[in-house]
Write a protein that binds this ligand. Structure first.
Ligand SMILES: [Zn+2]
Length: 389
């Protein structure tokens, strides 16, 4: 086994070296991890996507029939395309107390530190099991983790706590907003702009829908604000991010597509805004389009539907992780994670991991070595915890 040991930094370097940009397969990384764990006598369950190109990995160290602690992270990273990096993003460079590379903060370091500790977890008689839960396609809408979460009951007792190691500078986060995102395409009818009465202007109707969403956005701000929630801003936000449509100034546009999202306060009804949007489409916009031509239409495709993380003050996860992180208070964050998905399935979850979200998705992404050390100490206290109870 000695030849199988990695320091935390060696393991970070290893995981970064796999280019697991979300559009690519993550199987090379997953097979490396499952071979590594297998050499420690730990079996991995792989849960593949429909095409078999990607997989989640779920492994248990210790007694499977006892409620355990899940260490969870996504294996995919965002693209480096078009970014100006000073070094190869997939080869870690250590400089001035920092490790540079894609995924160092978001979020391979957490996974790597857990894996580097795996030999110790595996050779110690654990009273509480440690589960490693690695997902795919988090960065493109948290698509992978639900496939694994749905099967967790088959792998053993329901966990006591899930720790999602997204970068929080090792603070304990017990709440975040949910994210629901969509593409809407308006299919109009093309005509020369001299005969607009016989065309259906896709751009103009899309603009009407965008305006409707802006109205909901204002309503959330003006009527549904929850200043005591700790969120900034303290309400559900609605936003249109991109819009494309039309071909020329003198042609009534045939198509217009826009992408939009809402970031939902935890506990809010995830369907409300989507349903109100659809009702407006069906009752107000479509009848006007169909009055000119029945072949026109509006389609909305769901891109992501990720639940928020609702605070569960005093939950088993919160109490445990506050103690392990040596913190007195919890925090809230503005970004979504897989923690809400774990929670929705009945698993108490918090977010706590090394590195800063400020580095995530940027060129020259890095993690401070002091963060790596803080997370190692966290894992060491976790080891003491799972031996004792
Ligand atoms: Zn992340």
């Amino acid at each position: 086994m000695p030849d199988n040991r990695y320091s935390a930094i060696e393991m970070i370097k290893k995981l970064i070296s796999f280019d697991t940009t979300s559009r690519l397969s993550n199987l090379e990384l997953i097979h490396f991890v499952s071979d590594y764990l297998s050499s420690l006598g730990v079996e991995s369950n792989l849960i593949h996507d429909a095409g078999g190109e990607k997989a989640n990995l779920y492994a248990t160290i210790g007694p499977p029939d006892v409620p355990g602690i899940v260490l969870s992270g996504h294996t995919d990273v965002v693209p480096v395309d078009g970014q100006a990096w000073d070094s190869d993003p997939f080869e870690v460079v250590e400089k001035d107390g920092k490790l540079y590379g894609r995924g160092t903060s978001d979020m391979k370091s957490f996974i790597a530190i857990a894996l580097a500790m795996a030999p110790e977890f595996a050779t110690t008689k654990l009273k509480t099991p440690i589960h490693l839960a690695l997902s795919f396609d988090e960065e493109v809408g948290c698509i992978g983790a639900p496939l694994m979460i749905a099967k967790m009951d088959q792998f053993g007792a329901k966990p006591r706590a899930v720790i999602v190691g997204e970068p929080t500078l090792m603070s304990v986060v017990n709440a975040h907003k949910g994210v629901c995102s969509f593409y809407t395409t308006v299919h109009g009818l093309e005509r020369h702009s001299s005969e607009i009465d016989r065309g259906v202007n896709a751009v103009a109707y899309a603009a009407e829908l965008v305006h409707f969403l802006s109205g909901i956005s204002d309503e959330m701000r003006d009527q549904r604000s929850q200043p005591e929630s700790g969120f900034n801003p303290p309400y559900t936000t609605v936003h249109v991010g991109t819009i494309q449509g039309g071909t020329a100034q003198n042609i009534v546009p045939l198509h217009c597509t826009f992408s939009w999202e809402y970031r939902l306060m935890p506990g809010a009804d995830a369907n409300e805004i989507r349903d109100r949007f659809q009702t407006y489409v069906d009752d107000v916009v479509l009848p006007k389009m169909h009055a000119v031509d029945k072949s026109t239409g509006i389609e909305t495709e769901v891109r992501a539907f990720v639940p928020g993380l609702a605070p569960e003050d005093g939950s088993s996860a919160e109490a445990l992780v506050l103690a392990l992180a040596r913190k007195n208070t919890t925090e809230v964050v503005a970004y979504g994670t897989e923690a809400g998905q774990f929670q929705e399935a009945g698993n108490p979850a918090v977010v706590c991991g090394p590195g800063s979200i400020a580095q995530a998705h940027k060129p020259n992404e890095f993690i401070e070595l002091s963060e790596v050390r803080a997370c190692e100490q966290f894992m060491r206290r976790l080891l003491d915890e799972v031996c004792a109870a």
